[in-house]
Write a protein that binds this ligand. Structure first.
Ligand SMILES: N[C@@H](CCC(=O)N[C@@H](CS)C(=O)NCC(=O)O)C(=O)O
Length: 83
């Protein structure tokens, strides 16, 4: 159940060819949220950023404030409940 609304900035690291990323992007298309999209293939600096934040380049990764969350289904569930 939704209790408090998230106040952190949200950033989604992804790349287009990743089916797990598409799962999250499709969810966002149908449920627009204030999330900054960062394509790690078209902007290599975003990949470096992602590795700095979470220590790996796995996508999709939702960064909530400064905290990385991996796993597409967990990300969608979190967005449903908090964003
Ligand atoms: N179970 C994960 C799978 C994520 C995944 O396998 N992502 C691939 C791209 S499609 C990846 O980032 N591989 C590179 C890595 O793990 O560093 C999810 O549902 O998000």
């Amino acid at each position: 159940m939704k209790t408090e609304k998230n106040t952190h900035e949200l950033q989604l690291y992804y790349f287009d060819e990743c089916p797990f990323c598409q799962r999250v992007l499709n969810y966002l298309k149908e449920n627009p949220k204030k999330v900054t999209l960062k394509n790690i293939n078209t902007t290599p600096a975003y990949k470096d950023e992602l590795i700095q934040i979470g220590g790996k380049s796995q996508v999709p990764c939702l960064v909530i404030g400064t905290t990385p969350m991996y796993e597409s289904l967990d990300i969608i569930k979190w967005l449903e409940e908090n964003a």
